[in-house]
Each structure stands twice: as C-alpha cells, then as structure tokens.
Design a protein around this ligand. Structure first.
Ligand SMILES: [Zn+2]
Length: 304
C-alpha cells in the first residue's frame, strides 16, 4: 500500500517528520491537500474511508502559504497529497522533499492558462505571478470534474478494496458538478451585461466557460495593489458598460472595492473565489458557495 521506509529514508532531513513515531493506522487513507476545493473533492469521493487535511487553514489565504514543521511531517506520512503546482511554492517544496507515497499535481490534469481579462491589461500582466498563469482552475465546475476523476484513480490505486465506493461517490459528485455547470449556462444566458468587476483576478476560467468578461481591479494575487491608472481605467469601464456592482471577496479586504463603488455610486456584493470556507462564506461547501456566486452574478448583470 505504501512504502514508509522509503519515505523516511528520503525524509531524514525532516527531523520533525516523525518517521520513528508513525501514528497508529486507523485504516483510513490519509490525504493532504493544498487548498479547500481539493479537500472538497477528496471528502466527497472518499467519504468515511479517507482522512483529509487541508494545509490551508480556514480563513487563511492559499496563495504563498507557509507550512509548519508539523504539516511537513503530515505530508511525509500521507498516503496521498493533492496539490496545485506553482500556486503554493512551500507545498511544492515540501512534497518534493517529503515524498508522500502518492502525489497528484492537478495542473497535470488541467493545464493552467494565461490570465484572461479585459483588453490588454498591462497591470494584470505585471501582477500575474512569475509564471503569468492563472491558478484558479477550481472555479470552473468542468475542471473540478476532471480533477475528481484523477483523484478517484489515485484513491483506487491506494485502496483497491474500496473501488466500488470511490467510483459510486465520484458519480454522484460528477452529477452535482454537472448540474452546477448547467445552471450557470442556463441562468447566465440572457443578461443585460457580461462584464463584471472583481477585486483579484480569480474568475478567468469561470468567465471563459460562461461567456463573461472579468474586469479585475488587481491581479492574480489578492494582496496586489492596483495602480492609480488601473483604478481610473476601472472607473471608465464601469461607466461605459453600465456595471451596477463591484464585487469583493470574503478572504481579501473589501476596502478597495468599497472605495471604488462609493466613488461611482455602485453597490458592492460578494463573489467568492472559494479559496477557503469560513463562517462568513455564503454557503457551507463548494457547491453552495458556487450557487451563491451564480445568484450574485445574475443580479449584478441583470440576467432574466
Ligand atoms: Zn486567488
């Protein structure tokens, strides 16, 4: 099932990895994930058969996550790590060093694309992290389906005895994600506008799939500060397109969005990039928050 000896030999440098003190095996498949949307998928597919640890704690920002020594130890002992390469360099490094028995980099399933935004937005290009690629693949339900299939394959490889359960759970999950995708298509079909203003540029894959145009105030990272030129440009786009709403998000500060909205006499609303679930989230899981996002987009864009 896994090779503890190899993992420990390789992880000698990880003094705190606890290789000499492995926790009693409770029979479950232990999975570590980089951020919430991946935890959602593993929990839905694995159910009671898996124990999932999200390395990004609730309310924390997954971009540029720092890991504790204890978390690195958990990565070394995991049966499976599911992560998104380049989004969280600390996770990439820990997985490379700790070598969990199985590792799934979801960018091998869904290749990252360059940031898609309005016009030739130089500011967003600058802010696009060093790779210039948009990491927010989980905001497309279709990409979540592709990742769900790959996670199922991993769980079956690790724990073939329970293949039937994993595959059955995956089928229900894929049904839910397909319904979500269908709802976005049907409910965003007839709208007064297709442009929407967000704080950080998280919604490129979602916009692309449903024929919308994302107008981000800042770049791909939530803490990027927009230039005065970019703010002036946002003002002009809002006026030209008749946009009603400036979206902000739960994990990032709404101050900037609020200031721009006030200057333009527009309302603010939440569009959640689903980088984590907290008490402030408009839902308790990926699906319910994605449906809340759909309602917010419909209202902002005047959809019938
Ligand atoms: Zn983000």
């Amino acid at each position: 099932m896994r090779n503890r000896a190899v993992a420990c030999a390789v992880g000698v440098a990880l003094a705190l990895a606890g290789c000499g003190n492995i926790e009693p095996d409770d029979g479950r498949v232990h999975v570590v994930v980089g951020l919430y949307p991946l935890a959602f998928l593993v929990e839905r597919i694995g159910g009671d058969l898996v124990d999932v640890e999200n390395l990004t704690k609730p309310g924390a920002e997954p971009h540029d996550l720092e890991l504790t020594a204890q978390q690195v130890g958990h990565i070394a002992k995991a049966h499976l790590a599911v992560y998104e390469a380049t989004l969280q360099p600390a996770v990439d490094a820990a997985i490379a060093e700790a070598k969990p028995a199985h590792a799934l980099d979801v960018t091998t399933i869904v290749p990252l694309q360059p940031l898609a935004t309005d016009s030739d937005d130089e500011h967003a290009d600058e802010e696009a992290d060093t790779h210039g690629l948009d990491p927010h693949i989980w905001l497309s339900p279709l990409h979540m389906v592709e990742i769900a299939v790959a996670i199922t394959d991993q769980l079956v490889a690790i724990d073939p005895e329970h293949e039937h359960t994993y595959v059955a759970n995956r089928m229900i999950l894929v049904g839910d994600l397909t319904n979500l995708d269908g709802s976005y298509f049907s409910e965003l079909r007839q709208c007064e506008r297709t442009d929407f203003i967000t704080t950080h540029a998280a919604f490129g894959y979602l916009a692309q799939r449903y024929g919308l145009t994302q107008v981000p105030i800042a770049g791909l990272s939530p803490d990027a500060e927009p230039s005065p030129d970019r703010v002036a440009e946002i003002h002009k786009i809002a006026q030209d397109t008749g946009i009603t709403t400036i979206f902000f998000e739960t994990l990032a500060s709404p101050a900037l969005a609020a200031t721009i909205a006030e200057d333009l006499g527009l309302r603010t609303d939440v569009l959640d990039p689903l980088e984590g679930i907290t008490d402030d989230s408009r839902g308790t899981d990926y699906l319910s928050v994605m449906y809340a996002n759909l309602q917010a987009l419909k209202e902002a864009n005047g959809c019938q």
